[in-house]
Structures are given as C-alpha cells and as structure tokens.
Design a protein around this ligand. Structure first.
Ligand SMILES: [Ca+2]
Ligand SMILES: [Ca+2]
Length: 278
C-alpha cells in the first residue's frame, strides 16, 4: 500500500519490517504462514466474491480494510466503494488467506473480476516528475505464492502497471494501455504464468508484461510480502475513486491458454509431443 510510496533504502531494518508485519496482522490482512499450507488448487475457478448474492466482499472471500472509515454500499449486484470525497482515504478488499487460494505462477493461474470505475482522480501524483501520473484510485494487486506479482492501476480511460524493483522508479507508471473502464461493469481476466502477466477483457488483450517484485516497499499497510494475495480497492493517499465491484474469482490457468512467456513455457508444452518453434 502506498501512503506515500516511500522508496526503500538500505536504512530498512528488520525491526521495521516486523513492526509493519504486525500492523498488517492486526488488520487481519496478512496471510503469514499460508505458504506452508499445501492444498491442491481447484481446476474450477474459485469464486471469491459474487455480488449477485446481495452482500459485500467481506461477507465472502475478502477482508475489508479502510482507515479512516469508508462505508461501502450494495447496489444492483455489486458493491459500491467510494473514496472520491477524500484522496487520503484507503479502502479495499484483501483476499482471506484460505488454504485453497494458491496462486502458483509456475502452474499458471487466472484472476477474473468485474468492475466499473465510475469516478477516478489521480491528479498531482507524478512521483518521479517524468510528466506521467503514478497513482490510481482503483488498483488490483495480485501476488503469487512466491510474492512475485503485478499491481495494475485503473483510471477511467487507462489501465497500467506499477513498476517494481528498487529506487525512485518503484511504484511509478510502467506499461499500460488506453481502455474505457467507466462505461459499465466490465469483466477482466488477469492471467499469470511464469514471469509474465496479461490482462484481457472479453478475450481482447489490454496490457501485458513481466511480473514485478514490490517487496522493497516499506510503509503503512504493506501487503507486498504476502503470498497468494488478491487486493482490490484504493490503496493510495494520492488518488481516489468510486467503483462498483461485482465479481472476483481465481483459478488455474486454462489448459489451452496461450503461452505468456514462450521462452519459458514452450519446452513444457512440447514435452513428449515436440513441435517446432513458430
Ligand atoms: Ca485514496
Ligand atoms: Ca511519473
């Protein structure tokens, strides 16, 4: 989470990390120890939130965290989360650390979700002064079982990836694409396999790239060392949004899904059934 997206330096201490971890534990948003739990992920996508049930994600597969208080509402088969009155507000949903939620990027997995970004404001969020804003009022964070993952920011007209690593480029805008997120509730599928991710909607590619390591981040509400995590919401004090969230599910990658990383996966695909490289 990025109150200020403070960039980690060598001054980071084990003590501070542990203190942050304890804060997150207190908020019920950390899945410590989940990596040691072995359970076969289901081949059928596991529904983590279905707005058609008439309640909110925290009534199903998520924990709601919102300091200071934000009160989502339920409307027409979705949860309306609105931080637009105060950019400083954080509010979002962390997947509960259940043993069945194993996001193994070696096997490959998908996270499907349906959301409408009605309002979004990220003005003044150019952290590295390169002329490109670096925050979004609605973000998706997906971290694999080894904590490699991707954070995507959603504007009304663009979806883009947060840069990982260290130094001043950590949590600055990386690859992305123009996309209308506000005209309705849109179904998205994030596919993760190997070192790569791809975001699609209705089988149309939106953006793709390498998975990132965000673990250098140190700050209040730091979920980036949590394995098997899905977060949806407003995780920054520098942007705000009003969104409708209708559905979230996670599952294994479909057997016939296209390879995201040919170098890594073609040899696996052709094992026992060699075909030439295209
Ligand atoms: Ca905010
Ligand atoms: Ca920037």
């Amino acid at each position: 989470m990025h109150t200020a997206k403070h960039v980690a330096t060598n001054s980071s201490s084990l003590f501070l990390r542990r203190r942050i971890a304890l804060i997150c534990l207190a908020l019920g948003c950390l899945a410590t120890g989940i990596a040691s739990v072995s359970a076969a992920p289901s081949a059928t996508p596991m529904v983590l939130y279905d707005g058609a049930l008439g309640n909110q994600p925290n009534d199903q597969g998520f924990t709601f965290v919102a300091p200071p208080s934000v009160s989502p509402t339920t409307s027409g088969g979705a949860t309306v989360l609105n931080t637009s009155s105060n950019k400083n507000s954080f509010a979002g949903y962390f997947s509960k650390p259940i043993p069945q939620l194993v996001l193994d990027r070696v096997v490959g997995y998908t996270v499907s979700f349906t959301v409408q970004v009605e309002l979004e404001n990220h003005s003044g969020s150019d952290r590295n002064k390169d002329g490109t804003e670096d925050r979004a009022g609605f973000s998706l964070i997906v971290l694999s079982s080894d904590k490699r993952g991707i954070e995507l920011g959603f504007w009304q007209d663009r979806i883009w990836a947060q840069e990982g690593g260290t130094g001043e480029t950590l949590f600055t805008q990386a690859e992305g694409a123009a996309f209308d997120t506000q005209s309705g509730r849109i179904g998205y599928v994030l596919t993760v396999r190997g070192d790569s991710y791809a975001l699609t909607s209705n089988n149309t590619p939106i953006c793709s790239g390498k998975l990132r390591d965000y673990s250098a981040f140190i700050g209040f509400l730091d979920p980036y060392e949590t394995p098997n995590l899905i977060f949806l919401g407003d995780d920054t004090s520098s942007a705000s949004a009003k969104i409708q969230l209708a559905y979230v599910a996670a599952g294994l990658i479909e057997h016939n899904a296209p390879s995201l990383d040919r170098k890594l996966y073609v040899p696996l695909v052709v094992r026992g059934d060699p075909i030439p490289f295209e």
